[in-house]
Design a protein around this ligand. Structure first.
Ligand code: ADP
Ligand code: ASP
Ligand code: MG
Length: 416
């Protein structure tokens, strides 16, 4: 007997037929003797619709009411799945974030989980003969105000990991529309390969750099609390799964568990950043602080930064900010233009950040050079570069996204 968390994303609960299939997966684990907590997302498309309604109601709206609206999607799915399970003879009860409770801070729209009452779930597994807990993902409650909060887009992954940690689950199975984590988004590159295992740190980079298969925070939490995440497909038929075998999927685990490390594990890409260039800026001490200080004060994250070598005492600085903050960043910079002294602010939103990730990079030289050469051979111009111990990110024109991803995927030998 084991204790498991099973999380099902939006496409896995898209309609009642899908929910019935999910229920049969749950039944399979219950019949195998396990104690099961299920975490569900809203039905595919629902959260987008709810977000859009808020926007249409008023472009600038109260984040507390946004949460009241968007948290409703998950409530529907948890109730429906509990009804279907009961109808199949599997005892189940739905739980909203406020009922369990899943306690969060009060950053509405992007709340962080502080505490999950796992003891109550464990008690009920014992007292009620393994009654399945069907928990609404994505939502929680702020204790002091008693208001509903949500965890940011893709947040059900984080709900699942938090529940798994709270009930000391053996595994947190993330069921989705792909059968694991691939070397790159399989929607872009059909030669992408499924990884059997990936280290927490690599998955954290993949998710942060654009691989939306898991929410970044879920990986961070799993790494902290040592939760073993297994990403697998919900589209398999439950009866085809061998209860004694290892199903297809990807285990996210400690680096030490992975015997053979590739130098490069995967390629990710993100269109969520915009480029800003500051032209003809005095090349003297303090100018970078004069630009980036006000941006930091406005809570705008700056990611990649490139400064050109100056010839005539003037220089250009190029950097990236989240695309949603681009206009605000330009406004902040306009206000300091006279004081700092530069000739122009230019912005470009049609850019993509392509990243190469792998823990093997720590001990291998030449990974970046290989990328630069391969991109040059395809005529792809590099706008900015940033690196860390286990990743290299390259900013290019968005029009070259697919070509760059495929080129890098193949040059590092990741193709199937
Ligand atoms: P869910 O609704 O189940 O939460 P998501 O849409 O959030 O599912 O995440 C699954 C999607 O993530 C896949 O359909 C795939 O297109 C995308 N994805 C991006 N990068 C990767 C990757 N490296 N491996 C697997 N899937 C990826
Ligand atoms: N339904 C939420 C979203 O679409 C949370 C999730 O699916 O993880 O962002
Ligand atoms: Mg998701």
């Amino acid at each position: 007997m084991a204790r498991l968390v099973m999380k099902f994303g939006g496409s896995s609960v898209a309609d009642l037929d899908h929910i019935r299939n999910v229920a049969r997966h749950v039944e399979r684990e219950v019949k195998a003797g396990h104690e099961v907590a299920v975490v569900v997302s809203a039905m595919a498309g629902t959260t987008n619709r709810l977000v859009e309604w808020c926007r249409q109601a008023a472009a600038l709206h109260d984040a507390r009411e946004y949460d009241a609206v968007v948290a409703s999607g998950e409530q529907v799915t948890s109730g429906l799945l509990a009804i279907v399970l009961e109808d199949m003879g599997v005892s189940a009860r739905s739980w909203q974030g406020w009922q369990l409770p899943i306690v969060t801070d009060n950053v509405h729209g992007a709340a962080r989980i502080l505490e999950v009452n796992g003891a109550e779930l464990i008690k009920r597994f014992k007292e009620r003969n393994r009654e399945v807990a069907v928990i609404s993902g994505f939502q929680g409650i702020h204790k002091e105000t008693g208001r509903i909060t949500t965890l940011g887009r893709g947040g059900s992954d984080t709900s699942a990991v938090a529940v798994a940690a709270a009930i000391h689950a053996e595994r947190c199975d993330i069921y989705t529309d792909v059968d694991g984590v691939y070397t790159t988004d399989p929607d872009i590159e059909e030669r992408a390969r499924r990884l059997d295992k990936i280290a927490y740190e690599e998955m954290l980079e993949m998710a942060s750099l654009g691989a939306k298969v898991l929410q970044v925070r879920s990986v961070e939490l799993a790494m902290q609390r040592r939760v073993r995440i297994f990403v697998r497909s919900s589209f398999d038929r439950p009866e085809d799964i061998d209860p004694h075998g290892v199903p297809p999927g990807t285990l996210i685990c400690d680096e030490e568990e992975i015997v053979e490390n590739q130098v490069v594990t995967g390629i990710a890409f993100s269109k969520d950043e915009a480029q800003i260039s500051i032209r003809r800026l005095a090349d003297k001490p303090g100018v970078a602080a004069a630009l980036f200080g006000p941006l930091a004060d406005a809570h705008i994250n700056v990611d990649m930064i490139v400064q050109n070598i100056s010839a005539d005492g003037l220089t250009d600085i190029t950097f990236t900010v989240p695309i949603v903050d681009c206009e605000r960043a330009k406004d902040v910079l306009k206000k300091v233009k006279a004081k700092v002294g530069f000739s122009a602010i230019e912005g470009a939103a049609d850019v993509v950040k392509v990243s190469i990730i792998g823990v093997g990079m720590r001990s291998h030289a030449g990974v970046a050079a290989t990328a630069f050469k391969a991109l040059a051979e395809r005529g792809i111009n590099i706008r900015a570069i940033s690196t860390s111990e286990i990743k290299i990110s390259i900013l290019i024109d968005a029009a070259f996204t697919e070509l760059a991803v495929r080129t890098l995927h193949s040059v590092y030998g990741l193709d199937r």
